[in-house]
Write a protein that binds this ligand. Structure first.
Ligand SMILES: NC(=O)C1=CN([C@@H]2O[C@H](COP(=O)(O)OP(=O)(O)OC[C@H]3O[C@@H](n4cnc5c(N)ncnc54)[C@H](O)[C@@H]3O)[C@@H](O)[C@H]2O)C=CC1
Ligand SMILES: C[C@H](O)[C@@H]1OC(=O)[C@H](O)[C@@H]1O
Length: 258
């Protein structure tokens, strides 16, 4: 099936868009006049409202929806709200994620499960809930999931986290096969070191920040807009033949071994 050109205004869901990369991505899609679902977990409505104001200021139309992506019932309710309000999506950005740094021997089952449920099960739940209607709508579309450079490398304090990022990348490859025949492409974006809250505490270690910066050929840490721009690019008609790809967004950090 030829992938139809998405018709403006497009309807976009960005999970975890109260802050960080998700916020920048929601605002970026707002700039094209999109209808943007701003998703946030319980307790972050204030941040989400700030994102909604940015979407509106950029020219888009926001819809703030609370849902913990790890909670199947909350995801089902979010899908019902979005479909009742705007119908099916054109673009799904699976962005929500957590990375509570911890020593391997300090990771208990509860922490392991929480990271797995938010970062990986959440992508499964949201993608299944929303692509079912996308298939029925027959307009094609995009599923873009934020994996990480951590899908390709390890982290001594990220044993629980890196596995979820590798899982996201793998999930997109299988879904590329399932959804491709419906004109819905599935790709993973793999950011490197991006200055957001997820790193706020970890980057108080100035030696680590200096090491990261020394590994990045473009000479700077990433910003949320660096990732948002690539996510927007991958939503464009010109990316229609990318399906099952991993797209590094790291300034050259991964390849810079020597
Ligand atoms: N900042 C970085 O260096 C990198 C980040 N990433 C990924 O980028 C994505 C966004 O993270 P950042 O913006 O950096 O961090 P962040 O901590 O600034 O933002 C995370 C977002 O996820 C939301 N969130 C957390 N748990 C949620 C849940 N259960 N349900 C719904 N939303 C939830 C938060 O409200 C927040 O908006 C994550 O998937 C992260 O793994 C990947 C590679 C590098
Ligand atoms: C949370 C990490 O510091 C950040 O997110 C990732 O996926 C990479 O490991 C980055 O360093």
């Amino acid at each position: 099936m030829n992938v139809p050109v998405p018709q403006a205004p497009r309807t976009v869901l960005v999970t975890g868009s109260a802050r960080g990369i998700g916020r920048a991505t929601a605002a970026r899609f707002g700039r094209e006049g999109a209808r943007v679902v701003v998703n946030h977990p319980p307790g972050e409505r204030g941040f989400a409202q700030e994102t909604a104001e940015l979407v509106t200021a950029a020219g888009g139309t926001p819809l703030v929806v609370e849902a913990d992506v790890a909670d199947p019932d909350a995801v089902t309710a979010m899908a019902r709200t979005v479909h009742d309000t705007w119908g099916s999506l054109d673009v799904l950005v699976n962005n929500a994620g957590i990375c509570p740094f911890a020593d391997f021997f300090d990771i208990d089952v509860a922490l392991w499960d929480r990271v797995q449920h938010v970062n990986l099960r959440g992508v499964f739940l949201v993608t299944q809930a929303f692509t079912r209607a996308m298939v029925e709508a027959g307009r094609g579309g995009r599923v873009l999931s934020v994996s990480s450079i951590s899908a390709w490398v390890g982290g001594s304090q990220q044993v629980h986290y890196c596995t979820t990022k590798a899982g996201i990348s793998s999930l997109m490859k299988s879904l590329a096969i399932v959804l491709g025949p419906h004109g819905i492409t599935c790709n993973a974006v793999l950011p490197g070191a991006i200055a957001t809250d997820i790193n706020k505490d970890d980057w108080t270690d100035t030696a680590k920040v200096d090491y990261f910066r020394s590994r990045i050929p473009v000479g700077r840490m990433g910003e949320p807009a660096d990732v948002a721009g690539v996510l927007w690019l991958l939503s464009q008609p010109e990316s229609a033949y990318m399906n099952g790809s991993d797209v590094l967004v790291d300034g050259g950090m991964f390849v810079n071994l020597q």
